[in-house]
Unconditional design. Structure first.
Ligand code: NAP
Length: 281
């Protein structure tokens, strides 16, 4: 089975549109503020995609474009302004920030209830303590949403994640634990990786190496979620050698058209979740 991202993203999009319409009836329009320091080409391209996606679901936007040389004091002031603005529900700060800015400190300044990209240590702690009142990082949440959409019961499943970063492997392990899965995290020093991945019911790959995983890493029962984003010969591909592996496993998510498609919609769903959290207090 092909675990395509589009139907999952479509469902999340429909839910966001519905929630945004309901909020508008009460006079509240969901709004995201994008805070960009400098004008890096990839930031601008990402910003355009987020703005287009927001327009399509009825989320208002504000772009706060700041000078590359902005100092901590001025940046802090901008974030505090957005924290206090009752009409702004989600704040997205593009990373990496320029080296002269202290990202750790910035992550502590953003209001956790507006932190739609899980920068704040408060939200990270909530992921690790299993508190669903936080906002999880988008990519790990997208992995879980894909598996749930395709009706995989995660309880008791053996899951192997090949990645131990804070944007993917570690928080994803916590989300799987919250679903009562049994989780193994692998990394570059793991021994007999093929044996570990073959023992798992579900394998999540995120090594960032194009076509790294061939058929010898899986069994015919494997469910594979490929998070990798790589360019090989100018073409986008995942960590799994899709053309060879896809016929030899039970299910696999494609790249492109898999996790990435869902991740961008999860980000927008966090604006709605942020609204709910802000209404609670
Ligand atoms: P990262 O910090 O570089 O992490 C890579 C992980 O892979 C590390 O844990 C590393 O182990 C492990 N690894 C590297 N080579 C390995 C090997 N030969 N065997 C076993 N493990 C190995 O990267 P990241 O930021 O987490 O991102 C990972 C990938 O996901 C990238 O391709 C990125 O583009 C993609 N990504 C996709 C999305 C999406 O929405 N689809 C979002 C974010 C990231 P060590 O810890 O030992 O170094």
């Amino acid at each position: 089975m092909l675990l395509k991202g589009k139907p999952v993203a479509d469902k999340i999009r429909a839910d966001i549109i519905h929630a945004a319409e309901e909020y508008k009836k009460t006079g509240d329009t969901p709004k995201i503020a994008i805070l960009r320091v400098g004008a890096r080409e990839d930031d601008i391209a990402y910003e355009e995609r987020v703005l287009k996606n927001c327009r399509a679901v009825g989320i208002e936007t504000e772009v706060v474009a700041l000078d590359l040389n902005i100092d901590m004091e001025s940046l802090t002031k901008e974030i505090k302004r957005l924290n206090e603005d009752v009409n702004t529900h989600g704040i997205l700060i593009f990373r990496p920030l320029p080296a002269h800015l202290d990202t750790e400190e910035i992550s502590r300044i953003i209001d956790p209830r507006k932190d739609i990209d899980c920068m704040s240590p408060v939200n990270i702690e909530k992921v690790f303590t299993g508190d669903s009142n936080g906002i999880a990082p988008c990519t790990p949440e997208a992995v879980i949403e894909i598996l749930k959409f395709y009706d995989y019961d995660l309880q008791g499943k053996n899951v192997t994640i090949v990645n131990r970063s804070m944007v993917l492997g570690k928080p994803l392990a916590m989300l799987f634990l919250a679903e009562n899965a049994t989780v193994t995290i692998c990394h570059s020093k793991t021994k007999e990786l093929k044996e570990v991945t073959k023992r798992a019911d579900i394998v999540v790959t995120g090594v960032g190496r194009g076509k790294f995983f061939g058929p010898d890493y899986f069994t015919e029962g494997s469910v594979v979620v490929d998070v990798g984003i790589n360019f090989e010969d100018g073409k986008l591909c995942g960590d799994v050698d899709f053309d060879i592996v896809s016929d030899q496993v039970s299910a696999i998510s494609p790249v492109p058209g898999g996790v990435g498609t869902v991740t961008s919609m999860i980000l927008l769903s966090h604006v709605i979740k942020a609204m709910v959290l802000q209404k609670k207090q």
